[in-house]
Design a binder for this molecule. Structure first.
Ligand SMILES: Nc1nc2c(ncn2[C@@H]2O[C@H](COP(=O)(O)OP(=O)(O)OP(=O)(O)O)[C@@H](O)[C@H]2O)c(=O)[nH]1
Ligand SMILES: [Mg+2]
Length: 216
């Protein structure tokens, strides 16, 4: 074994011991004024909601329920601090996720206003101009795959529905649309072509209604 290998093994063994030893929940900080003193190194788990940050923290420390996990995005809502080692060596910090979470939009905004920056805030910062709207995409679009169209709708807070009803707000129609188009016309649901869809995404529903075709 080389000297480097030996050093590496010693580090791995020290880490194993550290994470097998005492680890305790310290506190949840809802705002910056509740952060613990900055006295030891901290490793924070940041990332999109529901990707498994809390689960990773549990796996790393070989404990089942140190950090609370859940199937529902937005489980972790505050900064949760865990003291590692006795005497204290470092802290692990479980952070709220960002992205499509149910609750954390406001929470992420609160942290952002407090000066905390998370990487890749793309989704959290897309304005939710389609909040509460149900949109059906049918037929093939030129510049969007079905998934891309759906993602663009979801990112703005809209719902990508699969069938047309009176409650549908817009039907986006590409080539060879089929019966969903007929149904939209029949029910008087505003129909958008691909350009109209772009208006919906960039300018919102009011502008899109101006360029939509409405049947009957
Ligand atoms: N298949 C699979 N599922 C995982 C893995 N890690 C976590 N999960 C599951 O993913 C879901 C979310 O896990 P969490 O650890 O709560 O995710 P989080 O990133 O802390 O979520 P937020 O606190 O909402 O930001 C749970 O249902 C976990 O069981 C993994 O490695 N593989
Ligand atoms: Mg979590």
């Amino acid at each position: 074994m080389t000297e480097q290998d030996a050093e590496k093994d010693a580090l791995i063994e020290a880490a194993r011991k550290l994470f097998a030893g005492p680890i305790a929940f310290l506190k949840s900080a809802p705002t910056l004024q509740f952060l613990p003193a900055d006295d030891v190194p901290e490793v924070a788990f940041a990332g999109r909601s529901n990707v498994g940050k809390s689960s990773l923290l549990n796996a790393l420390t070989n404990r089942n329920s140190l950090a609370r996990t859940s199937n529902t995005p937005g489980r972790t809502q505050e900064l949760n601090f865990f003291d590692v080692g006795d005497p204290l060596q470092m802290r692990l910090v479980d952070m709220p996720g960002y992205g499509f979470a149910k609750a954390p939009k406001d929470i992420v905004r609160k942290w952002r206003e407090a000066g905390v920056r998370m990487e890749d805030e793309r989704d959290a910062s897309t304005p939710r101009t389609l909040e509460g709207l149900s949109i059906v995409v049918t037929g093939s679009l030129v510049d969007f795959s079905r998934d891309q169209a759906k993602e663009a709708i979801l990112a703005r807070g809209g719902k990508a529905a699969s069938s047309v009803s009176k409650k549908t707000d817009f039907v986006v129609v590409g080539d060879s649309p089929g019966s969903k188009y007929d149904k939209a016309v029949q029910l008087g649901v505003p129909v958008l072509d691909e350009d109209g869809f772009r208006v919906l995404l960039s300018d919102g529903p009011d502008e899109a209604r101006e360029v939509a075709q409405t049947g009957e």
